[in-house]
Design a protein around this ligand. Structure first.
Ligand code: GLU
Length: 507
């Protein structure tokens, strides 16, 4: 097959994009780029009832943030447009008529009440070959009746006519060949006169065909629709250009029992959306990976491994490496448990691998919010010292605030343990020692201070931790002489003097 690889991500703008949808888009992207193909965004907005304002913008913003760009999209355009289904009404109408003309579909006038009555009358009622003869449709009514009903603006739907007892084969790159008997399918509605719009199934298949999609890569929840889609392809006579299917495994709750939902995120305290989302109706805010401090590359890496594995121990992958390594053979059939701790682990790794200058640029606005006007060069040095200790950029503040503001309070536990009766005198000696230092490099400080401790037979742990307490306000932080070098001699002395003044000796 020398057909060009073209894949699409086809979300419905019914709310914020779920993180599982982002994974679907990512796998589409990886496959397309690996094959030198096209990655298309198509907005499936034919269900006007479920349309949510802002959802399409949210989707586009998500991929801008992740750096996954579309080759064709509503924003970018392309030669197969429009890429918003609501703008393709005539195209669908034309295709519905084609199926009607061929006798592959029919018009049905049954009202919701009539359908409800049927359901009550017949257990497990299904609108199909076994029941359609008893319903009000163009197969049971005369052509004149149908015509006059339509002329009188009676609302109707168009249903696909599924012939019974025919095997339908779905070829799935992950699941292999799935064969079902057509008798289990119902005559699905493919068009509604009420809004002059097709349903998802028809629009989806028509667009995949017209947009020359070679591979339909989507979530497992669409697997049950695939036989109907295959049937539609056949009804149109498009079986020779039918796309290959690949249905991706579900994202499961961390416990593994059932699909990952927004409630799991709320319950366990992690985002299930890429970006923060404000519900336009209720005003409710749902947290996002971006606002929670995740780096896009970490999110991509983390999602790539939820349902696919490289077959090696490698866990850290750049986007280019993922493009090269991805394959459907290594996608799992069973659901992937969502491991939020692992997401944090990835972010930690990516923070560590991010250049200090870049982290500084992300940290500067946070400092500004705290009212701190710091010199970026200084911030960069601070970042280099503490970045190992954080999972998120915003945690840099907790780990480094003392580089910007002198401690006002001293951690009680550390005071109790380290600030002994002899400490103030020792700190006074230390002050003198530092005052006399001409070379304030880490090496020189260490040499002089260690010698002083040794000569006086002081307890190294107590002295150094008291020193740290004076500088940091608690017992944490990087190597002490890295701290003093950054703070500088004057600030170090100031903090020592302040600590002697403020901390009362514990008994
Ligand atoms: N509009 C469907 C969705 O929201 C698309 C399913 C598909 O990719 O075929 O997921």
């Amino acid at each position: 097959m020398n057909q060009k690889i073209r894949v699409r991500f086809a979300p419905s703008p019914t709310g914020p994009l779920h993180i599982g949808g982002v994974r679907t888009a990512l796998y589409n992207y990886l496959f397309a780029k690996q094959q030198g193909g096209d990655f298309i965004l198509r907005i499936e907005d034919t269900d006007s009832q479920r349309f949510v304002t802002g959802a399409e913008e949210y989707i586009q913003e998500t991929f801008d943030w992740l750096g996954l760009s579309f080759d064709e999209s509503p924003r970018k355009g392309g030669k197969f447009g429009p890429y918003r289904q609501s703008e393709r009404k005539e195209i669908y109408r034309h295709h519905v008529d084609e199926l009607l003309d061929k006798g592959a579909a029919y018009i049905a006038f049954d009202t919701p009440e009539e359908l409800e009555a049927k359901r009550n009358e017949i257990p497990n009622f299904q609108y199909d070959a076994s029941t359609r003869k008893t319903m009000r449709n163009s197969l049971t009514l005369s052509a004149d009746e149908v015509k006059s009903l339509i002329e009188n603006h009676t609302q109707y739907v168009v249903r696909i006519k599924i012939e019974p007892d025919i095997p339908i084969t779905v070829n799935d790159l992950i699941r292999g060949e799935v064969v079902i008997n057509s008798s289990v399918l119902d005559d699905k509605v493919i068009y509604k006169s009420a809004d002059e719009l097709p349903t998802y199934h028809l629009a989806n298949v028509v667009d995949d065909h017209l947009m020359e999609i070679s591979h339909v890569i989507r979530g497992e929840e669409w697997l049950p629709s695939a036989p109907l889609h295959v049937w539609l392809y056949k009804s149109f006579g498009w079986e020779n250009t039918m796309p290959q299917f690949a249905h991706l495994p579900l994202l499961l709750k961390p416990e593994g029992n059932g699909k990952l939902s927004k409630r799991d995120g709320d319950r366990l305290g992690f985002p299930v959306f890429p970006l923060e989302w404000r519900d336009p109706k209720t005003g409710e805010i749902s947290s996002g990976y971006r606002e929670s401090g995740y780096l896009p590359a970490a999110v991509i890496n983390f999602l790539a491994l939820l349902g696919w594995n490289p077959g090696t121990e490698q866990e850290i992958f750049s986007l280019d490496e993922l493009v090269r390594a991805f394959s459907f053979d290594r996608c799992s059939k069973s659901g992937a448990k969502f491991d939020f701790e692992k997401a944090k682990w990835f972010n930690h790794k990516y923070i560590h691998a991010t250049r200090d200058e870049e982290l500084t640029a992300m940290f500067m606005p946070i400092l500004k919010e705290k009212g701190i006007e710091a010199n970026p060069e200084y911030v960069c040095k601070v970042v280099a010292l503490v970045k190992d200790r954080v999972n998120f950029v915003k945690e840099l503040w907790e780990q480094s605030s003392y580089f910007f503001v002198a401690p006002e309070h001293y951690d009680e536990k550390t005071v109790k343990k380290r600030w002994k009766a002899e400490t103030p005198d020792q700190m006074r000696e230390l002050i003198r020692l530092i005052e006399n230092m001409e070379d304030f490099s880490a090496e020189n400080q260490e040499r002089i201070i260690m010698k002083w401790i040794e000569d006086n037979r002081y307890h190294t742990g107590n002295v150094m931790n008291a020193f740290r307490l004076a500088l940091v306000g608690e017992g944490k932080g990087p190597h002490i002489f890295d701290i003093t070098v950054l703070l500088g001699k004057e600030e170090t002395l100031r903090r020592l003097r302040k600590a002697i003044e403020r901390i009362s000796v514990s008994e």
